[in-house]
Design a binder for this molecule. Structure first.
Ligand code: PMP
Length: 414
């Protein structure tokens, strides 16, 4: 049975993140830029510090006590990460530097070992550049063609176009679960079976999806899934590439060096088993330990409570923005999570964000690494609001008061 929302004691939760109570420009901070990166709870900071302070030794290389401890701690996080996303086994979890690193790894492996001249790959107009540019490059290197699924005016994917493109028997469909600009939740439970029926594997960019609903890679039936630690209360510089075992075994490594080999001769080498063949060099050990602490923190807080609170806060922002007559919200998808973007009429997104910043309200402005999406709306930028579970309605009210102040300034200028 789901616990009542009231058990999620916001004041207690906020105490886990002392940075939330700092001020900027002499104002109380209202941090509404969690789509870019989230704050880190004390428990994660302590775990990272403990790793450096008391363990630090390199993994997989030593038989001495500390090296064995570091190795065991990293492998425990691999096991926990597999559990968190319900992967079949820890071998399906590759540690990377983040979502961008994960997608680049997959794109390189596809261009080197799977894609051939004339093959096709599909991605979408909605993607973060991290799930577009690596595929452009993979296609350039291999001679494959990149097809794009376009968006409707509502900011949803044109699924009829996807079906038509799938008839060309593409080798991969790479798609965001949740748009980092519009917050559109793509209906992967419908999309993935359609792609699979056409023999096409699916890579999911879950960078913005991890705090909005249960991520179960087996139920979703995706072939790859990528996410970053720093968008789920973990450290920067660490992320995950989940790959279905058959796929990881089939793909060639994308990066070479220590840690990923089986046997090395001067002219030729053989590679380790999955997942190690994809992890050349010393990994971000403390980052991985921090990621593990972040996953544990989220689970202890209660995932259903987190999903519910984030949805409630986003609905509140949407309502507050929707009631205003002085701005335009981008898109109106059937399901929105995590993000909502807008432009104040008569003001650039940069000026709006700068003015809000002076009032202590942190929002993001610009193209959000999604230029094709903005071009679809004939825009070059937008203001983006991305609350997290530790935000409050008062902080969203601070955003709205800031927008009132901006409206007054604009009125005075007219
Ligand atoms: N994809 C999406 C949808 C994102 O929102 C982001 C981060 N803004 C990324 C990919 C890239 O993540 P990272 O910078 O952590 O590699």
């Amino acid at each position: 049975m789901r616990k009542d929302l009231s058990v999620f004691d916001i004041e207690t939760v906020r105490r886990d993140f002392p940075i939330l109570s700092r001020s900027v420009h002499g104002r109380k901070l209202a941090y509404l830029d969690n789509g870019a990166t989230t704050f880190v709870p004390e428990r994660v900071l302590a775990a990272v510090e403990e790793q450096y302070r008391s363990f630090q030794a390199n993994v997989h290389r030593g038989v001495h006590y500390l090296s064995e401890q570091s190795t065991e701690r990293v492998e425990r996080v691999r096991f926990e990460t597999a559990g968190f996303i319900n992967a079949n086994s820890p071998e399906e979890i590759v540690f990377t530097s983040g979502t961008t690193g994960s997608i680049n790894l997959a794109a390189r492996a596809f261009s080197d070992g799977i894609l051939q001249q004339g093959d096709r790959v599909i991605t979408t107009q909605m993607e973060h550049h991290s799930n577009l540019v690596p595929w452009q490059e993979a296609c350039r290197r291999s001679g494959a063609e990149l097809d794009i699924v376009h968006m409707t005016d509502e900011g949803e994917l044109d699924l009829n176009e996807l079906s038509r493109l799938l008839e060309k028997r593409p080798k991969l469909f790479a798609v965001a679960w949740v748009s980092n600009v519009l917050g559109t939740v793509n209906p992967l439970e419908r999309i993935i079976p359609i792609a699979h029926a056409a023999g096409c594997p699916v890579l999911v960019d879950a960078a913005q999806a991890m705090r909005h609903g249960c991520v179960d890679v087996q139920a979703l039936d995706c072939d790859f899934l990528c996410f970053s630690g720093h968008k789920i209360m973990g450290p920067t510089g660490v992320g995950v590439l989940y790959g279905r075992r058959e796929w990881l075994e089939r793909l060639t490594p994308a990066s070479f060096g220590g840690g990923m080999i089986d046997e090395v001769d001067t002219k030729k080498s053989t590679f380790a088993e999955i997942p190690f063949k994809f992890e050349a060099g010393t990994p971000n050990i403390a980052g991985i330990i921090g990621l593990g602490a972040a996953l544990r923190y989220l689970k202890d807080l209660g995932l259903p409570e987190i999903y519910a609170r984030e949805a409630e806060l986003l609905t509140y922002v949407g309502r507050m923005l929707g009631e205003r007559g002085d701005l335009d919200v981008l898109g109106s998808p059937a399901e929105r999570a995590g993000a909502i973007s807008f432009n104040v009429r008569g003001l650039s997104c940069y000026d709006a964000a700068k003015l809000l910043d002076q009032l202590g309200v942190a929002v993001r402005s610009g193209h959000h690494c999604a230029q094709p999406l903005l071009k679809r709306f004939s825009l070059t930028g937008a203001v983006r609001v991305t609350p997290a579970f530790y935000n409050t309605r008062e902080e969203i009210d601070a955003l709205c008061s800031g927008l009132d102040r901006i409206a007054a300034l604009l009125d005075n200028k007219r």
